[in-house]
Design a protein around this ligand. Structure first.
Ligand SMILES: C[S@@+](CC[C@H](N)C(=O)[O-])C[C@H]1O[C@@H](n2cnc3c(N)ncnc32)[C@H](O)[C@@H]1O
Length: 370
């Protein structure tokens, strides 16, 4: 979808995307401003700052969150807003002129192509861990057009994270168009997407894109959104090298889906319950993951399971706890060192040091009745 007017209507998926951004930034500013004296926020495809119905655009959302963050008072926050459409930049400047932004140390509104405009910003940022300036980039173009090399450069900075919009459908629609091939090649960082795009294989395109991002980000999480009117699928992908950032974003995604704003499903994986939907299927899915991972493997500390669910799955700690409670009630979970634990284990709690074994059959019952 490419929009030609300066402003456009905020669709339900836009509002949901903004809600995720709002919730994540609430956590990001608070945590980082406690630790670092300087943080950078880049909105690479920032838009006009507002929607037709008066809803705030992403730059305003970020500034408002920073403004409401207590921790930010002691830090230097630099904002870069980039857009290649002059009329939208003009509109954004107008919107920002009417805003109070006391906590932003600097706000740069840059007109031009993201890839060109962001280079000098990146050149200013340190490459070494010793002088980290955390960077959060929101990259929300209309189609697949962010050069992968730029995302890789961004993510190579210490404590850098990117929240990226991706539309497999855009690649499918435009792969036939010779004049669009350069931008697609650059976005995927390979020509290898063309076969999947010609075949209309959205899952293969998304998998390839995730694989490419994985080369520069240890933690990736994606969120599928279906626009109910057109049934078009969009993905929001969060790429980070911080496990805390990854978990915070996962919480933000879950909290938005639970607010019932929009229907979010993992439309690409068959036989999977809806992701980021209601908690019940998520508990079942977390339970099945734990069984798959641990059956036949002997003793495991709960600490290991907690890390696995938190950082290697779509699910939250609360889903893990509910799944373990269920497994214990099914007698598939047996505890090993409960008596040795200090303080004593409370019912339905799974402290890190607790050793458990997951069995494929219920334990402690006489299953064979003659
Ligand atoms: C989906 S809109 C952004 C909406 C905004 N992030 C928000 O949430 O309110 C995409 C924006 O990217 C801009 N754009 C498209 N190609 C661009 C490029 N190569 N560099 C910078 N901006 C670009 C468009 O003018 C448009 O305003």
């Amino acid at each position: 979808m490419t929009v030609r007017t300066v402003l456009w209507d905020a669709k339900p998926h836009t509002l949901a995307k903004h809600e995720i951004l709002r919730r994540y930034l609430g956590a990001w500013f608070n945590i980082l401003c406690k630790t670092f004296r300087h943080a950078v926020y880049i909105d690479g495809y920032c838009g006009p700052g507002e929607y037709k119905g008066g809803e705030p655009g992403s730059p305003v959302i970020a500034l408002d969150i920073a403004e409401s963050c207590e921790q930010c008072r002691n830090s230097q926050l630099s904002f870069y807003f980039i857009d290649d459409t002059k009329s939208r930049i003009n509109n954004l400047n107008k919107v920002l002129a009417g805003k109070q932004c006391r906590l932003a140390s600097s706000i740069a509104v840059l007109h031009g192509d993201f890839a060109d405009q962001v280079q000098p910003v990146l050149n200013m940022l340190p490459d070494r861990k010793q002088s980290t300036i955390p960077v959060f980039s929101f990259l929300d173009p209309f189609g697949v057009c962010i050069p992968l090399s730029i995302i890789q450069r961004l993510l190579s900075k210490p404590s850098s994270e990117a929240f990226i919009y991706f539309s497999a459908l855009d690649a499918i629609r435009n792969v036939h168009n010779e004049s669009e091939r350069n931008r697609l090649d650059a976005a995927f960082g390979t020509c290898g997407y063309a076969e999947a795009a010609h075949a209309g294989d959205k899952k293969a395109l998304l998998d390839l894109y995730m694989q490419q991002l994985k080369k520069s980000a240890e933690f990736l999480i994606r969120f599928e959104m279906r626009d109910t009117a057109s049934s078009e699928l969009y993905s929001l992908i969060f790429a980070s090298n911080s496990e805390d950032g990854f978990y915070k974003m996962k919480e933000a995604m879950w909290s938005v889906s639970n607010a019932g704003v929009f229907a979010f499903t993992d439309a690409y994986s068959e036989n999977q319950p809806a992701l980021f939907g209601s908690d019940e299927p998520a508990v079942q899915a977390a339970r099945d993951l734990i069984v798959k991972r641990l059956v036949g493997k002997g003793k495991a500390k709960c600490f290991i399971i907690r890390r696995f669910i938190k950082y290697e799955s779509y699910y939250l700690e609360k889903h893990m706890n509910a799944a373990l409670i269920q497994l214990e009630s099914e007698k598939l979970l047996v505890t090993c060192n409960e008596k040795e634990l200090e303080p004593r284990r409370r019912k339905n709690f799974f402290p890190d040091e607790l050793d458990i074994i997951i069995h494929s059959q219920p334990q402690g019952q006489n299953l064979l009745k003659f």
